[in-house]
Design a binder for this molecule. Structure first.
Ligand SMILES: [Zn+2]
Length: 380
């Protein structure tokens, strides 16, 4: 047996039982209730999200089938899933990235464009890569009276342009919501990525529109799809695993290593179907996810945030300028209201699976474009 697996299963069993006791004493009606309360998300909206994503698992399967073709194999195995299938050669100097991102923000809304412009004008972005600088990217809001700062590690790839757009989305969100004060400037986790993903999606559309070379369009689409599939579909499949283990632990008592492996394989193959072959070694992979141990129920929030932003974006595509003032009002409300009340400002109902489906339509459209680009680039 894999080294330490029995120990990890023992610890997980203990933590699952501990949580069951806690939930019972605190009278939470089900295993996810405490997490939903912390996220200020209603049970109905979380259920609607999960059901909408499960209903569209075919999108993830189609993506993995396309990847298999691009890699020249009949079927992906679990260990192939993150293999790179394209290389992005296109580069953007920082000045050009600034121009594109500011233009996208301004053409969406003058007010957002101005706020985004302040980050450059006031030198609030630490962009270059330097020795000993920390990796990644983030936006720091500090306190409401201070305009936010952004950290990047800009290497001129298109991914970096999108990251700039993403972090500035956080930036304008923090800046607009500053008026709510220290307790309400920040949204709960489920809404924290709305403005960032939204801004990123606008810029993504622009980059794609400006690129007519099939191979590099494919590279742009592939990288983006890989992220979205991981954020939306894999996290929901992980939520399904959590649902199975918490329920089984409560109803059947201690779970064996084999049982954990079965429930893991069951929840993952529900998503993957026959698009990915799950090998014997994959059955222990439940034990590598720290969230299951340290923050039970957490994982669906990634999908919730990403899909919420995409669904609102889809609405923007339909309504155009009409949505803009209401979108700004929603951002400016910060975390002063629940996600569902904030959704109402832009006219959406988070408890309606149809709302989540709109974002999934956008993902499916990108997948179709990737398939077309793969065809056009002669790689199929
Ligand atoms: Zn973010």
């Amino acid at each position: 047996m894999a080294p330490g697996l029995r120990t990890r299963a023992f610890l997980f069993n203990t933590l699952l039982a501990d949580k069951a006791t806690d939930d019972r004493l605190r009278r939470y009606p089900h295993w996810l209730a405490a997490r939903n309360l912390a996220n200020e998300a209603s049970d109905e909206s979380v259920r609607a999200l999960i059901e909408a994503v499960r209903g569209r698992y075919e999108i993830a399967r189609r993506w993995y089938r396309l990847k298999a073709k691009l890699l020249g194999v009949e079927q992906l195995a679990d260990y192939d899933r993150m293999a790179a299938v394209t290389e992005d050669e296109v580069t953007f100097p920082f000045a050009q990235a600034r121009e594109i991102v500011l233009d996208c923000y301004s053409s969406f809304s003058g007010e957002l464009g101005e706020l985004a412009g302040r980050f450059f004008a006031e030198r609030r972005i630490d962009a270059p890569v330097r020795p000993a600088k920390r990796g990644g990217a983030f936006c720091a809001s500090a306190v409401p009276s201070v305009f936010p700062y952004v950290l990047l590690n800009y290497t001129a790839r298109r991914r970096d342009v999108l990251t700039l757009a993403h972090e500035l989305g956080h930036g304008v969100h923090f800046a607009l919501a500053a008026r709510q004060g220290i307790f309400h400037q920040h949204t709960p986790l489920t809404l924290a990525e709305t403005a960032s993903v939204f801004g990123e999606t606008i810029v993504f559309g622009r980059l794609l529109e400006e690129d007519s070379t099939p191979a590099s369009r494919l590279a742009l689409l592939a990288e983006n799809l890989e992220d979205t599939i991981a954020t939306v579909f894999r996290q929901v499949a992980m939520n399904r695993f959590e649902d199975l283990v918490h329920t089984a632990r409560r109803e059947q008592g201690e779970l064996s290593v084999e049982r954990f492996g079965e429930l893991w394989a069951e929840s993952q193959s529900e998503m993957l179907g026959d698009s990915v072959a799950l090998t014997e070694g994959y059955r222990s992979w439940w034990s590598y996810v720290p969230h299951f141990i340290g923050s039970p129920g957490y994982v669906y929030a990634y999908a919730y945030g990403q899909l919420l932003a995409l669904s609102v974006y889809q609405r923007y595509e339909q309504q155009g300028a009409e949505l803009v003032p209401r979108y700004l009002e929603m951002l400016a409300a910060g975390g002063s209201r629940s996600p569902e009340e904030l959704g109402e400002i832009v006219g959406v109902n988070l408890a309606d699976p149809g709302f989540w489906d709109a974002g999934l339509d956008l993902v499916e459209r990108q997948l179709q474009e990737a398939e077309a680009a793969a065809q056009a680039s002669g790689r199929l």
